[in-house]
Design a protein around this ligand. Structure first.
Ligand code: NAD
Length: 555
């Protein structure tokens, strides 16, 4: 009989009492063929498993052999999720040991394709589905979740999944994927993580007509009814899982800014698309400036796209520039937005509120090339979800205006990137300092190989979440994201920069996340936002909390 609490010292998970087939069917406890002889006898497993006891390393070999046999990335995704459903420890072991290979599968870009087809590839539901029909009983649903120690929730309403638009309940792949990264990249124990789909309907006709659609078949709830459901959820979380961090993910910008502003000063929340993106881009900019040798306050940044990502990045750049002595007005004047209506300028009709601080005095322009020529930016940041947004003439102009043009094509998934890595290097004659949101392979141009950096939030949010829960922060502040950006930039070595790499290799992600967590917790302690006592050695305390996917003995 297994009766033990499994987890870290500070966060024990539920006590279980399972044997035999029930134990093999519990992904949180199952070890498959790795159950020892003693465990097989004590736990009623004899005969339910083939006789040979495998090590975890041998099991990893089996998973990888099958992984490489899969004909495409979506099949690889399905293979990995099936493993997560069977044996969580082995899933995280494989992900951690093969992070560079696994990230593009369990996260962007493949997770995008998985979301497009989520109802078609569904095997076993993961996470909590809360729909508009559950109004009035959200607390009850949270109580149905089997773990009582939830510390991080990632919630989406599926309206803006990556750059793919409204995928309704199919968007559940995103909270599931993000939380896997919390565990893989920052060692947050899986039982502390809860993915939530707030299913308020979809305006996507294709899904409404799809017999395999998994969500409620109605148009999106809007206005007061929507707000009341979100409010009920936030209140239910406080009641059921107090001190839990709530990460808003892939909400359309009509709701993203509003929800963040509504809760950020009273509850422990953040929006990764706004704040996480801001931090990862600012860190990339700091690294790029190491290469160019120029100062932050000399930069002029033009954004293609004026949504959550653009505003998140611009706001953090403004804060950083103000930290280096510019006034707010001067700093904002160094950030320009270009959206589907052209250059965001003062007096343009119908501008959404979040764009107004960046609407500067300028004649209207509807062509990006003309905007580049007129503004002469040092950095061009693509966050529009529009493939091909950076055309050859635009990149050639950036290269003419700058010795080392800074080009970030951050839109996800790969199919939405504003340009490819190859285009960025060839169209700037190898002078671009380039990063993309989804990974691109190295590019050889004119005999030299360039390694593109991946400017992905996965560098930031896992460490921020770990830091927040390690100190019990009551709120998540912009200062924490600023500290996270600086901590990330500090992790980039001279050798990385020499290769043109502006982010550290993914293989170092656990050390990176730990450093970010320390920086975030430091801010919380300094600002009186931490609810847990400060340990003598904060870094050691945080490292000790990180989950390692190794089997524990049950006997
Ligand atoms: P959003 O919907 O809030 O904003 C999209 C913006 O693009 C809007 O301002 C829209 O007007 C603009 N746009 C649309 N078509 C355009 C066009 N043809 N020309 C110019 N602008 C156009 O979305 P968001 O949250 O800001 O995300 C945008 C993209 O950035 C997505 O693809 C997302 O995946 C990506 N993103 C990447 C990361 C990362 O880690 N790399 C993080 C966040 C977002």
């Amino acid at each position: 009989m297994v009766k033990k609490a499994i987890g870290t010292k500070d966060h024990p998970r539920i006590t279980v009492s399972q044997t035999g087939i029930d134990l093999l069917h519990n992904p949180a406890l199952n070890k498959g063929t790795a159950f020892s002889e003693e465990e097989r006898d004590a736990l009623g497993l004899r005969g339910l498993l083939p006789p040979h006891v495998h090590t975890q390393e041998e099991q990893v070999l089996r998973v990888m052999e099958n992984f490489h046999r899969k004909p495409n990335d979506l099949e690889k995704y399905i293979h990995m999720i099936a493993l997560q459903d069977r044996n969580e420890t082995l899933f995280y072991r494989v992900v951690l040991d093969h992070l560079e290979e696994m990230m593009p599968i369990i996260y962007t870009p493949t997770v995008g394709q998985a979301c497009l087809e989520y109802g078609h590839i569904l095997r076993r539901p993961r996470g909590l589905f809360i729909s508009a029909a559950d109004r009035g009983r959200v607390v009850e649903l949270l109580h149905n979740w089997p773990y009582r120690q939830v510390r991080i929730i990632v919630i989406t309403d599926g309206e803006r999944i990556l750059g793919l638009g409204d995928l309704g309940a199919f968007g559940m792949g995103i909270p599931v994927g993000k939380l896997s990264l919390y565990t893989a990249c920052a060692g947050v124990h899986p039982s502390l993580c809860l993915p939530v789909m707030l299913d308020v309907g979809t305006d996507n006709e294709r899904l409404l007509n799809d017999p395999l659609y998994i969500g409620i078949r109605q148009r999106r709830l809007r206005g007061e009814k929507y707000d009341r459901l979100v409010d009920e959820f936030m209140t239910a979380v406080q009641e059921t899982f107090p001190h839990t961090l709530v990460q808003f993910e892939d909400f359309a910008n009509v709701n993203a800014f509003r929800l963040l502003n509504r809760y950020r000063d009273r509850l422990c929340v953040f929006n990764d698309d706004i704040q996480g993106t801001g931090a990862v881009a600012l860190a990339g900019l700091y690294s790029a400036l190491h290469i160019t040798g120029r100062g932050l306050t000399e930069q002029k940044v033009l954004f293609l796209g004026a949504g959550e990502a653009a505003i998140g990045i611009a706001d953090l750049i403004v804060a950083a520039m103000m930290g280096e002595g510019l006034s707010e007005e001067e700093a904002r004047g160094r950030c320009w937005l270009f959206d589907s209506g052209g250059l965001v300028v003062k007096g343009r009709a119908g501008l959404a509120g979040h764009k107004l601080p960046y609407a500067h005095d300028h004649p209207p322009l509807t062509d990006l090339l003309a905007a580049v020529e007129a503004l002469r930016p040092t950095a061009l940041i693509g966050v529009s979800g529009q493939a091909g947004g950076f055309s050859q003439p635009v990149l050639a102009a950036m290269a003419r205006l700058n010795e080392r043009p800074i080009l970030f094509a951050l839109s996800n998934p790969t199919s939405r990137a504003e340009c490819t890595a190859e285009q960025a290097y060839t169209w700037t004659e190898g002078r671009a300092i380039f990063a993309s949101g989804s990974p691109f392979a190295p590019v050889t141009w004119s005999g030299k190989t360039y390694v593109p950096g991946q400017g992905n939030n996965a560098y930031i949010f896992p460490g921020v979440g770990l830091g927040v829960i390690a100190c019990g922060a009551r709120l998540v502040t912009d200062e924490m994201f600023f500290a996270a950006a600086q901590a990330l930039a500090r992790q980039v070595s001279e050798a990385d920069l020499e290769q043109g790499l502006i982010y550290p290799p993914l293989t170092q992600i656990r050390a990176v996340s730990a450093a970010i967590a320390v920086a975030v917790a430091e801010v919380a302690y300094r600002r009186g936002l931490a609810t847990l006592p400060r340990p003598d050695d904060l870094a050691a305390h945080i490292r000790a909390q990180m989950y390692e996917p190794r089997y524990q003995s049950y006997v």
